[in-house]
Ligand binder design. Sequence first.
Ligand code: GAP
Length: 511
Amino acid sequence: MDFKSLISHCKEYGFIFQSSEIYDGLSAVYDYGPYGVELKNNIKSYWWKSMVQMHENIVGLDAAIFMHPKTWKASGHVDAFNDPLVDNKDSKKRYRADQLIEGYAEKIDAKNIKDVEKAKARFGDTFDENQFRTTNDRIIERQKQIDAVLGRLAEAMKAGDMEGLKNMIDEYEIVCPESGSRNWTEVRQFNLMFNTQLGNIAGEEGKLYLRPETAQGIFVNFLNVQKSTRQKIPFGIAQIGKAFRNEIVARQFIFRMREFEQMEMQFFIRPGTEMDWYEYWKQARLKWHKAIGTDPSKLKFHDHANLAHYANAAVDIEFEFPFGFRELEGIHSRTDFDLTQHQELSGKKLQYFDPELNENYVPYVVETSIGCDRMFLAMVADALKEETVPDADGKDSVRIVMKLHPALAPVKVAVLPLLKNKEELTKAATDIYDKLKLSFICQYDEKDAIGRRYRRQDAIGTPFCVTIDFETLENDTVTIRDRDTLEQQRVKIDDIRGVVQGKVAMENLLV
Ligand code: GAP
């Protein structure tokens, strides 16, 4: 399904609404509707169970959003959490300079992709893409250009060279996508942290930041948690919570938001073991994504060429969103950067006594960090399908179905009396609904023809529809319709719970 239709579907079926829509919305801020909040809670629960419940050496935390402002000085966010910003004087639109330059390289790459596609069509099965890419002069030349552009970009970004970025924009004759002009301002650094004021303290002293990542709440509590839970290294602290970034360009729906939620885990380890744990968490996290049935061809690792100020190795798990492969989750080897910085600025020791080595040290950290909203978007993008299936009369009809893993689907079971104006049927159906709601998020629906009700449930991803018909009144059985196979199974009312539970249990994902 294309991206525009996905966004409309999310609104029409109560998953995601633009924030403050009646006031024309607030850019890059979104609200989760009735099905959205269920799906998001299930994602969080899947993450929490697999990270905390399934690891005896990982414990949870819920730190406050506000933190002492020195936290952000120590972490490097005050000085280095910047994006390069440039304005077009004609359109008055604001851009990230690095993204404009990346876009320029992507345009060159698009020509290569086009040539490859053409050659593929010409040579058919005998086509060897790798050979073509390494022998075709035009492709080689363009690839050299791309590498040169990206190499220069990486260097300028690393050095914080704003003038260098501006020179590239001018040299490559990059135009504003809106106005088509090259009338750019200088490039300048823009800090992405939102700030606010504490109580009645005016000026710099009362300046507070909305946290741009949840990780720092974990670092500053490292010793509190270690001592109170008597964990031994290696151990982890996991947290789910809101983070805020004043993104310069925030497009692509919930992919890049100004207020979003992160699920982060910091794994504290002995110095020198970080590459082993980094590898371990890379594989563990990829497995987590694959377990819910995400199309494996849409997931890949992407090593960071530009390391963040705190990392000595970093990789993204990328997902193929409707607009291409992009970062879904980051795994970072953060060394002892954060704890050492906090130790220095706070003057408090943040060290661990290792009884096996009989020495104190500042632990190293491997972090896994995933945006809950981005995970939501990836899941919906992977699950939402348009299919042709037989309708009740056996004729072909098109349905929109969200093939979410049953354990994560917002509603687990819909209870549907065949007809709404037959009291015997609606009474039997409400009795069943009242029983099932003790175990699952259920929905009772008696409006419209049964086929239309099935379609509504397909559209929100409900794995099971239970239909109460006249046979129910005779022998206490119902039909259970499976969302994916469309098969209808007749089962005893007392067995419904077991059939549903068998497929929707979160345990299925954890083993
Ligand atoms: N503590 C490390 C950290 O915050 P990051 O790569 O900046 O690393 C981690 O962010 C994850 O948070 C990303 O992989 C992404 O899923 C999510 N994320 C970051 N910025 C986001 C934004 N503006 N909107 C939605 N999700 C975002």
